[in-house]
Design a protein around this ligand. Sequence first.
Ligand code: SF4
Length: 191
Amino acid sequence: MNSRTIAELVFHLSRMSSGDRLDEKLTTAQWAVLRYFALANRFSRTPSAFAAFHATTRGTASQTIKSLEKQGYLTRIRSENDKRSIRLVLTEKARSILTNDPFESLVRAADSLPKNMQGHFTNALQRMLGKVANERGKLTFGTCTSCQHLEGNGCNQDKETTYACGFASEPLVLEELDEICFNFVLGKPLQ
Ligand code: SF4
């Protein structure tokens, strides 16, 4: 398969899964915010991280986020470590409409791939994203499983797997490894 075909297929997949909206009360930009906050890790649930992810201005991102807060889809919480810092989280109302999101068909398609193919596919997409972001001077987002800052893959005395983020100097629970992060730096994929 040639490179142009791969690029077209990736683009087509993205268009197909984000074009329809089941709930006409929300705009495409508002859907993008809800999808982002459903995926982002705790370090990345801020308006500025969303602005970087969606390649939009902070002002535009803030306006869209404020409109979703007013409609009861997002709520603000203060960080336990730094009381000045605010994180945004999805409400139950948002989680409920996201279960009917057309984007879920893409999630199911990814889920239907064999596990080893999912790993290769993730690495390939991550590398492509890195190239495009680099060429365009944008930040690369990614998950802990292929980030340079991921530390630890051993087990503690209770035979639980332990991980930590070297960038934030904070422990990570297993479920967080698949969430997307603002501070990601491409490294060696986790085996
Ligand atoms: S290990 Fe990397 S991706 Fe994971 S939280 Fe830390 S900076 Fe983010």
